[in-house]
Design a protein around this ligand. Structure first.
Ligand code: HEM
Length: 358
């Protein structure tokens, strides 16, 4: 059974998590969508097209041979819900400051608030899995394996396990951990659930990802859960038209029951196979039984619609999607990767290493 985050009350000022371990997730209330087309997000201060990286498959084979196995074991021990959380953690890490584990940095007195306190990150889960893997790895090979690589391996392993090994690929490694983490960089870089196709396409393109990558990665919404607050705007007024992006009326009615006013529980993202990473998501998109505008909007251009439809084709659809998903995960893992000149190997994933003071 997926771990259901506890029901939570609307956030006023979320309490900063004291350590890397996740806090009870406060409700991720995004700034309201405008009723017409939302304005494009402000330009990010950190986004650059991804550089050519020197990442390598098997990077730790000689430096720390057990590293990937330790991560796999830690992910195996997690619930299906936490596994889903780990795939999202990788996405949220890579889209803000690049894949550098900046999402793991805790609040430190006197410093600006870190990414993990940004609205889209308040519902992240899986931090404890990264922490457990890092602890074991540090015991074997101190100061060698970056937290950024652990996040990337964990996202890859969670995809493998939740898909029943249908998704199975090598994740290049050699990332360094970042030194900067800013809450203010989350909303401009992480797409909101009410984003339309134009905005989504722009936000992925800024990270060097194509529309094909975007449609393939959106298939991760075939697992895990969402807070009602992330899609409540689509339930009211009740869906009654059959337009491309409206929600199926019966599905909307069911969600309205599951999301009583005044509370913010979570619901599965895929109502049919909630714990399996499969192409059911694309059938749900076609049936208008998906939670977010960002899911439904994939049917609004000929190219993205064609991909959605192809991924549901009998026999070959699944296969095509698995391969596109694998490719897109590797590509996402290349975003703005740090090296020894602008990063470090953290000792603890929640904190930048203390400078040596003599
Ligand atoms: C296309 C733009 C995307 C938008 C707008 C979006 C938005 C969201 C939102 C609002 C939630 C629910 C959060 C909550 O209310 O608790 C969610 C959950 C999730 N997302 Fe996305 N997402 C996007 C792309 C992705 C990508 C690229 C991945 C990974 C490859 C991903 C993986 C997930 C997973 C696994 C969950 C469930 C997490 C859990 O159960 O803890 N999403 N997403």
């Amino acid at each position: 059974m997926p771990a259901t985050p506890p029901p939570v009350s609307p956030p006023t000022s979320p309490t900063p998590p004291p350590t890397l371990s996740p806090s009870p997730s406060p409700t991720p209330v995004y700034p309201s969508p405008t009723p017409t087309t939302p304005a494009p997000p402000p330009a990010s201060t950190s986004t650059q097209p991804p550089p050519a990286t020197g990442l390598k498959v098997g990077y730790y084979n000689d430096k720390c041979p057990d590293a990937e196995k330790i991560v796999l074991d830690a992910v195996r021990n997690a619930t299906a819900g936490v596994k889903a959380g780990l795939i999202r953690l990788f996405f949220h890490d890579c889209f803000v400051q690049g894949c550098d584990a900046s999402v793991l940095l805790n609040k430190v007195a006197g410093k600006p608030e870190p990414e993990m306190l940004g609205i889209p990150n308040l519902s992240l889960r899986g931090f404890e899995v990264i922490e457990a893997a890092k602890k074991k790895i540090e015991e074997k090979c101190p100061g060698v394996v970056s937290c950024a690589d652990i996040v990337a391996f964990a996202g890859r392993d969670a995809s493998k396990l939740l898909s029943g090994y249908k998704i199975n690929f090598s994740m290049p490694a050699g990332r360094y951990d970042g030194l900067v983490s800013l809450k203010d960089e989350t909303l401009p870089n992480l797409p909101p659930p009410f984003a339309n196709l134009t905005i989504l396409t722009q936000m992925f393109a800024k990270k060097g990802l194509s529309q094909t990558d975007m449609v393939a990665l959106s298939g991760a919404h075939s697992i895990g859960r969402s807070h009602c607050s992330s899609f409540r705007d689509r339930l009211q007024p009740p869906a009654k038209d059959n337009s491309t992006t409206s929600m199926d009326a019966t599905y909307a009615g069911k969600l309205t029951q599951d999301c009583p006013a005044g509370s913010d529980p979570t619901v599965p993202q895929d109502y049919k196979t909630p714990d399996v990473l499969d192409s059911q998501y694309y059938r749900n998109v076609m049936d208008r039984k998906v939670l977010f505008t960002s899911d439904a909007t994939l049917m609004t251009s000929p190219k993205t619609k064609e991909l959605v439809e192809k991924y549901t084709w009998w026999l070959i659809g699944d296969f095509l999607w698995y391969r596109h998903f694998e490719d897109a995960m590797v590509k996402m893992g290349n975003i703005e990767v740090k090296n020894s000149t602008n990063g470090q190997i953290r000792k603890k994933c929640g904190f930048v290493n203390e400078p040596y003071t003599g």
